[in-house]
Structures are given as C-alpha cells and as structure tokens.
Write a protein that binds this ligand. Structure first.
Ligand SMILES: C[S@@+](CC[C@H](N)C(=O)[O-])C[C@H]1O[C@@H](n2cnc3c(N)ncnc32)[C@H](O)[C@@H]1O
Length: 301
C-alpha cells in the first residue's frame, strides 16, 4: 500500500508534464482562431507554415497523378507534372512574357522560367515574397523572373496588353472580387493572350467544407459552370475546362489519412477550427465528390 502511493504520484506528474507539453505545442501550432482570417493571416499561421513546409516543401499546389494511382509519392514529381500541365495549357513560345498571379514561394515561376518564359511573379503574403526572391536568386534566374508585391485585385502598376499569358496556380480561389480580377487579367493580356486557372470549385452542400473555405479565405470557389459564365461576361473566348479531380486524389488521400486522428482529437477538444489545414485535408478527403479540381483556359480575342 505504502509502495504504490509515490508511484501513482509520479505517473500523475509525468502525465501533467506531457499534457502541458502537448498544450504548448498545440498553442504554438494552432491559428489564432479568427472568424474570417485574411489571406495573410491564413498563410502566416504557424500551422500553415509548418504544414506546407513539412508536406510540400513550400510548393503550395496539388500534384498531378495517373488516374487510379494509389501512392502519392514522390510528391515533388507529381507537382512538377502539374506545372508541366499548366505550361502545356498555356501553350506559349519561348521568350513569352507571363504573369504568375499568386506565386507563393516561386516554384511554379521557376519551372516556367526554365521552359524559357519570362515571368513577372506577384503575391500579397510578405514571407512568400521573401522566399520567392531567395529561391529565384539561388536558382540563378533573376534575369528571367521578377518578384514583386502585387494584389491581383489591383494591378495598376502594369501596362495594358503587356503579357502574352497569365496564370493562377491555386490562388484565384482567394479572390474577394473574381470579376474585378478577371477584368484586370483581360486588360493586361495582349490580343490572343492566354489565361489559365488551376483551381478548385466546390458545390455548396457540405457545411464542413464551407467552414474550411471560410477559414482559409477561399471565398471564390465557384459553382460548376460559373467559370465559363464569368470569363465570357468579361470578354474571353475559346473556353476549355479539364477536370483533374481524379488526378489529384492521391495527395488529398494522404492529407486525409495523416490528419484523421489529430483531427478527431481536435474536434473532441473543440479546437478543430484552429487547425485549418488539418481540417481542410480531412474534410476534403471525406467529402470527395463535393468538389472538383479544374484547369480552365480562355483566350483574349
Ligand atoms: C495556395 S498558394 C499557391 C502558391 C503558388 N502558386 C504555388 O503553386 O506554390 C496561394 C497563393 O496566392 C497568394 N494570393 C492570395 N490572394 C492573392 C492576391 N489577391 N493577389 C496576389 N496573390 C494572392 C497567396 O499569398 C499564396 O501565396
């Protein structure tokens, strides 16, 4: 009897230290729980930084896989395949000038520059810009890629008809005013210029997904058919859409599996909304079929 007391005390002590440690880690990693975070809030949270760095090496877009493939590895090869798909959809000649609207850490721009395109990269998230500038420098591509602060809602620093092509790689989802953004892209493109958008669109049935979209400042996940309508209203022609949903599934399955247990725990503790990326990964996977991953291409007449 007298032997077991100190032992129970020690176990409690160890459990308390572990719980404290877990709470500190969660507190550090969790977002600030803002109701409607801005784009910068979302990408600046420690959870977002850690997740993108650990899982995707700071390249913040989906990989493209063969239909039916199970393994998501190697992720970097699939991401290069997605960049190649974007490059092919642009269909531009060497030396063409393009705008990367929402360049993140600059890896897509680097891919395009290596293919011979001249890239103007813009973004609104300060640490992404610093990262992109560093990556461009380290890859010796400062002659081919310019990286500057720029919000695609407000592109007045660029002249009319100054680009042969414009693309967004998973950034147009963040637009607060998609029509304004499309009008800006239209103005900046030369006649015959091409716009390619690699984006997600979701139907509005899943409440959980809507919450994920709000927490990641993704208000612009247009309904099926909406992209064509908007693009044509702005004046674009030759609309084509490729549905790549099945080809991005392996990566989302990985996010869903990796995040499933922590997400259940966060839900039990009532703090799931502070772990936006974990929630996004699991909910997108559980609700697969409520959304699509699409490549939209239009041309300025
Ligand atoms: C999912 S990340 C994609 C980054 C990059 N395209 C890639 O594939 O790695 C979305 C990026 O869009 C940027 N972004 C969001 N809203 C923007 C805006 N209004 N103007 C310019 N960039 C924006 C974010 O800061 C972020 O870097």
């Amino acid at each position: 009897m007298s032997d077991s007391r100190p032992r129970r005390f020690r176990l409690r002590y160890v459990a308390a230290v572990l719980a404290l440690f877990a709470a500190v880690i969660m507190g550090l990693v969790a977002s600030n729980g803002a109701e409607s975070p801005s784009v910068e809030d979302y990408y600046s949270s420690f959870e977002s930084r850690l997740g993108y760095w650990l899982l995707l090496g700071n390249t913040r877009h989906c990989g493209l896989y063969k239909k039916g493939q199970l393994s998501p590895f190697p992720i970097s090869r699939a991401q290069r395949a997605m960049e190649e798909k974007l490059y092919t959809r642009l269909g531009l000649k060497e030396g063409a000038r393009i705008l990367d609207a929402g360049a993140g850490s600059g890896y897509v721009a680097i891919y395009m520059a290596r293919k011979g395109l001249n890239v103007q990269a813009i973004d609104v998230t300060p640490h992404h810009l610093v990262d992109a500038q560093k990556n461009v420098r380290e890859n010796g591509l400062t002659e081919k890629i310019a990286v500057d602060y720029g919000d695609y809602h407000n592109l007045t620093t660029f002249n009319d008809e100054s680009f042969d092509g414009i693309y967004t790689m998973e950034t147009f989802v963040h637009a607060d005013d998609p029509v304004k953004v499309l009008n800006n892209f239209y103005r900046l493109l030369k006649p015959g210029g091409v716009l390619v958008l690699h984006e997600a669109d979701f139907n509005r049935n899943s409440q959980r997904l809507q919450e994920v979209l709000r927490l990641s400042h993704c208000g612009n996940t247009l309904e099926e058919g909406e992209y064509r309508k908007l693009a044509e209203e702005v004046g674009f022609k030759d609309f084509t859409l490729e549905d790549l949903t099945d080809e991005v599934l392996p990566m989302w399955r990985l996010f869903g599996v990796v995040g499933y247990v922590p997400y259940q725990l966060f839900k039990l503790l009532g703090i799931a909304h502070r772990f936006t990326n974990v929630m996004a990964g699991v909910e997108a996977w559980l609700n697969w079929g409520d959304g699509r991953y699409i490549s939209v291409r239009v041309v300025k007449p």
